[in-house]
Each structure stands twice: as C-alpha cells, then as structure tokens.
Design a protein around this ligand. Structure first.
Ligand SMILES: [Zn+2]
Length: 124
C-alpha cells in the first residue's frame, strides 16, 4: 500500500519528471517559431495564435516553460503530463502508421503515460 507522503511522493514525482522529458523533446523539436509574429510567446487571445498550426504545442511550452523538477508540485506535474498526452495523442492520430500495433517511441510513451495517469485517477 503506497501513500502520497514521504518516499513514494518522491518516487512518483521523479517518475513524472522523467516521463515529461519525452513530450518536451518532441514538442520542442516540432514547433518552429521562424515565422511566428510573437516569437513563440503564445497568446490565447490572439487570432493568429488560435489558427496557428503550432498553437497547441506552443501553448504547452508556454504553460510549462520551466523544466519540471523533483520540487514541482504533484498536481502541476500531473497536469503537464495530461496535457502533453493529449497533444502527443492527437499528433500521433494524424499519422496513419501509429495504429494499435505500432511500437515506436511515441506510441510506447503514450501507452506508458496513459497507464500511469489511469492509476493516478483512482487516488485523487
Ligand atoms: Zn507509433
């Protein structure tokens, strides 16, 4: 039986911090600010931002500007993980090769992150 105090918090936190490395790398690699009128400074009120192809990824990067650490609050980490799962999943769905049997890094990550979030849902 694990509790959300002491050692297991550090373990869960460390696990999420590690899990978040992949989507951050993926999103940073994908987003291109070359033609951005705001140089990547996402503005939800801006029409260009709303229509932008990179909007969702850019929004995530701006929300999670600093890299997560072991001192980040757990709800923040879980939220960052949930939103990155949504992003990576919708991104993967737009490519036909990522079907149920795909075992690329992205699909493996999605599988692991989704399973982890499912276990967390029962505890909160
Ligand atoms: Zn895949």
């Amino acid at each position: 039986m694990t509790t959300l105090t002491g050692t297991s918090t550090r373990t869960i936190t460390g696990y999420i911090v590690t899990l978040l490395e992949y989507p951050r790398w993926l999103i940073e690699r994908e987003v291109d600010f070359t033609d951005c009128h705001l140089s990547g400074d996402f503005d939800a009120e801006d029409t260009q931002c709303r229509d932008c192809h990179f909007g969702e990824a850019c929004d995530w990067l701006n929300t999670n500007r600093s890299e997560p650490t072991l001192n980040s609050p757990l709800p923040d980490l879980l939220h960052a993980l949930q939103t990155s799962v949504q992003y990576v999943r919708s991104d993967a769905r737009s490519a036909p090769q990522h079907d149920r049997h795909c075992d690329c890094d992205t699909c493996a990550w999605l599988h692991e992150a989704t399973n982890f979030l499912r276990t967390q849902r029962h505890k909160t």
